[in-house]
Each structure stands twice: as C-alpha cells, then as structure tokens.
Design a protein around this ligand. Structure first.
Ligand code: TRP
Length: 343
C-alpha cells in the first residue's frame, strides 16, 4: 500500500551543537521540506539514556529547536517538537521492546562502543535505545529517514521491528481490516560524501562535543571572528592542495577541509579540487573561512535571537507537539487494538 512520503529525523539535545551536527544532519533536513512531509524531533528521551543535568537538558532542547529554525526549517511547514511531549513514543517503544529480541539489541555496535567495558553499569535505556528510535519513526509511519553512517544499523533494526510486528500480528491486523503492511519498511536517506566532519585538530577523529579542545570544533553559536580564527588555525600538512581527488588519500586534514568547503557550498569535492588544486593553505584557508562565516554567522545570529526568547521556542514546539500527537494517537489507537489491549 502507498504510504504518504514522510520524513522523520531526530537529534539528541545532549550538548553543544557544532558544524558536524549542522552539515551531517540539520542542513540536509531543510530541502526535504519541499518534497516530503517532514517531522524533526528533539529526542530528549534518548538524551537521558546517559545522565543529563535537568536545567542543561532544557537549555539544550531549546537550543536544538532554535538551530532547526535558524538553519531554515520552517516550524509551520515542518513539525518540530520535543519527543517527551508526545507520550505515544514511550508507549510504542514498550510494545517494540516486546517485539525486538535481546540478540538483535546485543548486536548493536553503537551500544557496544558506548558501553565499552562498563556494560554492567550503563542504563537499561541505553540498551533499549534503538527500540525507542524505531518507535519515533514508525509512530508516524515515516517512509524515509535521513541518517548518518553511524545510525544505519539502528535503521535496519527499525525495519526488522516493523517486519516482525507486521508478521507476528498479521491475523489481528487483518481482523481489524487494516493493510497487511501496517508499518512501512522505512528507507534510509544516506548522506552523500563530505557529511562526516572531522576534528579541526586531528583529521582522523570525528568532530565531537566531547573533545577537550574547543579549537577542534566550530560551535553553531560561534561568532564570525571565532569561526574564522578556528579555520585559519586548523591543523594541516605542508603540501598544497592536490589537483586530483585521489591526492587527498592519506591526507586526513586536507580531505576534511575540502569536505567542509564542499558541504558548505553544495559542491562536490571534485569541484572544490578543480578550483583550488595546486593552491596552498594561504589561499584555501581564507576562502574557506569566508565561506564558513557567510553560511554560519547568520545561523548563529538567528539562534542567539531565538534562545534569548525561550517563550517563542516553546510556542512553536507546543504547536508541533500538538500536530505530532494527532498522527501518533491515530497509529497508537490501531496498535492497541492490534495487540489486544482493552481501552
Ligand atoms: N539515534 C539518533 C542519534 O543518536 C537520534 C534519533 C533518535 C533518531 N530517534 C531517531 C534519528 C529517529 C533518526 C530517526 O543520532
């Protein structure tokens, strides 16, 4: 059966937003508004799978919502809301906890990486996290989810959960007169190249909020001067830019800066190399700094303006939650019926 083309994505409000979050996720959300129904969530329930200071969580939630809007997501066109406000996410996640198998969860590489040797002492929520993510997506019967590489496995699990739910409850779904494919098998929208943004200090490490060096990342709230300085001080090798893409191999820092230029200008890395091949850092870094300031400084300014007026953020998130709830409740009504809950 035909599902409405609908995009869902979520980002955790768990700390400072940086260029990696913008280029890898938020920027890619914007154009989808023209072709799909779009739902962009601030996944505060995912954030608390690891400890969050309550006041900081509220601040980060508003900041991320502000970043969505500042980057060009229109809160009237798209649905923007924080996850905890729509209780059906928790409700469906429980049902999915009973559909998903322990073995599926135990294979999640992100859990293994995050828990490390400490797996006896992390929250149960961290283990069950992918089941909540599946609920986020399937509550809205989203057909497409823009995800980075690190979330591909979680999206495959979402598809497995949808499939198993559709199969396990096939008779009940039919008895309710509902389509056999009750939940869609959601497709990932995989990021193109140049969306994995690395540290400005070490091109082999992902740009991260947990890096102790502030110079390693560009925060979405940095002003023009700070953005420009961080780029000009970025670690590089002494060679000029290569004249072919292949020449970036083994040059992690050069590759990263070319990738950032490409992503900020919506060009391919080939096109960037065609323009700057053979030029030195004394030419490329100032050009990149100017480009970054042109794109990012207005976003930072708009974010600052919005976070100074938290009531305005709360207002559009409340409106988003109301529109999200209408869709979510329609799905949950059927799910309760399918599973056999009396209401
Ligand atoms: N797990 C995602 C991350 O950490 C965030 C997320 C939660 C998400 N629910 C989602 C992403 C639904 C896409 C769709 O990045």
């Amino acid at each position: 059966m035909a599902f409405t083309p609908r995009v869902f994505s979520g980002i955790q409000p768990s700390g400072d937003l940086h260029l990696g979050n913008y280029l890898g996720a938020i920027r890619r959300f914007v154009p989808l508004q023209a072709t799909h129904e779009t739902i962009y969530c601030v996944v505060d329930m995912h954030a608390i799978t690891v400890w969050q200071e309550p006041e900081q969580l509220r601040r980060s939630t508003r900041e991320l919502a502000a970043a969505y809007v500042a980057a060009g997501i229109d809160p009237k066109k798209s649905i923007i809301f924080n996850q905890s406000r729509v209780h059906q996410h928790a409700e469906l996640a429980w049902v999915f906890n009973c559909v998903a198998r322990m073995g599926w969860m135990a294979r999640m590489t992100q859990f293994k990486d995050k828990a490390g040797k400490n797996s006896e002492n992390v929250s149960l929520g961290l283990f069950a996290y992918p089941s909540l993510m599946a609920a986020d997506i399937l509550l809205y019967k989203a057909t497409h989810v823009p995800v980075g590489d690190d979330q591909k496995q979680h999206l495959e699990l979402t598809r497995d959960i949808a499939q198993k739910f559709n199969n396990d409850y096939a008779a009940s779904i039919a008895a309710e007169g509902l389509p056999a494919e009750f939940f869609p098998i959601t497709e990932p929208l995989i990021a193109g190249p140049a969306t994995r943004i690395m540290s400005l200090r070490d091109g082999t490490k992902k740009m991260s909020k947990s890096d102790p060096s502030d110079q390693s990342r560009i925060s979405l709230l940095d002003d023009a001067d700070t953005i420009s300085k961080k780029i000009k001080r970025a670690t590089t090798d002494p060679e000029p830019l290569p004249s072919e893409l292949k020449g970036l191999e083994g040059r992690a820092e050069a590759d990263n800066l070319v990738g950032i230029y490409a992503a900020l200008s919506d060009l391919s890395k080939e096109q960037v190399i065609a323009e700057f091949g053979g030029k030195g850092w004394g030419v490329f870094k100032p050009a990149l700094a100017d480009l970054a300031v042109t794109v990012l400084a207005p976003i930072a300014g708009e974010m600052q303006r919005l976070v100074a007026d938290p009531a305005s953020i709360d207002a559009f998130m409340a409106d988003g939650a109301e529109r999200a709830s209408a869709i979510a409740e329609a799905t949950m009504k059927d799910v309760r019926q399918i599973v056999g809950f009396i209401r």
